[in-house]
Design a protein around this ligand. Structure first.
Ligand code: PLP
Length: 386
């Protein structure tokens, strides 16, 4: 089995063949409650009627025309993203790691004419993707070591360590860019202290460093505001988006401030597939839902799940922390987090274990209140058995 698929992922049985909302059904007809949403991707869940109808319609019209021509959907979606983020201009990509690459290139190009500034500051336990540039700003050594040498000029700071942060800015010429996830996803659903995020913003302002918020996982409405940086009241210079943006289709974007809108010019960067009509149609459906009340739903369901998890924490000492916001939540366990994840899976609740000790919940935004209650019951049962 899987003879012709390169084994970069450890795949679990079963094979899912269809789904509805936050429910997935396998080849034997067994249904699972999906609290992972394709790793933060399926914002509208599975089998969403509005998405399905729109994509069928788009398939019959046009799927791809290339970026050498205009397409109305590309412009519509860019405008929706600009309004939702309060930033100005969009470059489309096909994935999170490509968004990070594009963001780093904007920062380098911005400082290119001035000369001398190319350093990038990133955070320990951050995750930004697997391509050479994105990997270079990802600190996790096992991901990096086999692929060295990586892009030079990157330094890492521990989140919350304000002295190390200041040192990184004062060690030489100011950095060209700093990249942070306002809520670290792969790092274990760790919300950075707002004071730290504000200090990063202030240092970037003082030094003219391009501040990149990587919101590939925490953005696009996941935490109940369009951007997670909104909770700390911070506007970055560049924000990266992907995972839920295409509601299941490969789709990413960077959004930049107006001052950076003309940094990249023809010839500087590109992507053949990015911003294609089909992916944009999917994003258009999701963004329109977010404009029409879905953000409030995320907040309500997020509060419900968080509240339930906090109650579980009171009854189960093994749960040391409830982390995150909106529908980006995790519980940190003193031990046995992978065991809990497997036990949940045996009871047909899909989650994922990250950073070794955190069970992570990234459910579709359309998960129902009843499904959250059901999930909490199953989690309580599994915790009792641990
Ligand atoms: C997943 C992720 C990426 C990489 O996205 P891909 O679509 O897998 O390339 C980058 N940054 C963050 C914060 C992520 O969570």
């Amino acid at each position: 089995m899987d003879e012709h698929v390169i084994g970069t992922y450890v795949r679990a049985e079963p094979r899912f063949v269809q789904g509805q909302g936050a429910e997935l059904v396998d080849e034997h007809g067994d249904s699972y409650l999906d609290l992972l949403g394709g790793i933060a991707v399926n914002a509208l869940g599975h089998g969403h009627p509005g998405l399905s109808a729109a994509l069928h319609d788009q398939l019959d019209r046009v799927v791809h025309v290339s970026n050498l021509f205009r397409h109305e959907l590309t412009e519509t979606v860019a405008t929706q993203i600009a309004h939702a983020t309060g930033l100005h201009s969009v470059f489309f990509t096909n994935s999170g790691t490509e968004s990070v690459e594009a963001a780093l290139k904007v920062a380098r190009k911005h400082h290119h004419e001035a000369g001398g500034r190319h350093g990038i500051v990133a955070l320990h336990s951050g995750f930004h993707g697997r391509t050479m540039g994105a990997l270079s700003v990802t600190s996790h050594e096992p991901y990096r070591a086999p692929f060295a040498p990586l892009v030079p000029g990157v330094s890492f700071v521990t989140p919350g360590d304000t002295e190390a942060l200041t040192r990184a800015f004062e060690a030489g010429p100011p950095p060209a860019a700093m990249i942070v996830e306002p809520i670290q996803g792969e790092g274990g659903i760790v919300e950075l202290p707002h004071a730290f995020l504000q200090q990063v913003r202030a240092l970037c302002d003082e030094t003219g460093t391009v501040l990149i918020h990587d919101e590939v996982q925490c953005g696009t409405g996941r935490t109940g505001t369009f951007l997670a940086g909104d909770h700390a009241g911070i506007k970055p210079d560049v924000v990266t988006l992907a995972k839920p943006l295409g509601a299941g289709l490969p789709m990413g974007a960077i959004v930049v401030r107006e001052e950076l809108a003309r940094t990249l010019v023809p010839g500087d960067h590109g992507s053949t597939f990015a911003g294609g009509a089909l992916a944009c149609r999917a994003a258009h459906v999701l963004l329109t839902e977010l404009e029409n009340g879905l953000l409030e739903t995320v907040r309500a369901r997020g509060e419900q799940l968080r509240h339930g998890l906090l109650q579980l924490q009171q009854h189960h000492a093994i749960v040391t922390e409830v982390r995150g916001r909106g529908l980006m939540l995790g519980i940190r366990l003193e031990r046995n987090a992978p065991t809990l994840q497997r036990a949940l899976f045996e009871r047909r609740v899909i989650t994922n274990c990250t950073a070794g000790d955190v069970v992570r919940f990234l459910p579709p935004y359309v998960i129902s209140a009843a499904q959250i209650e059901q999930a909490l019951d199953v989690i309580a049962g599994c915790l009792a058995d641990l």
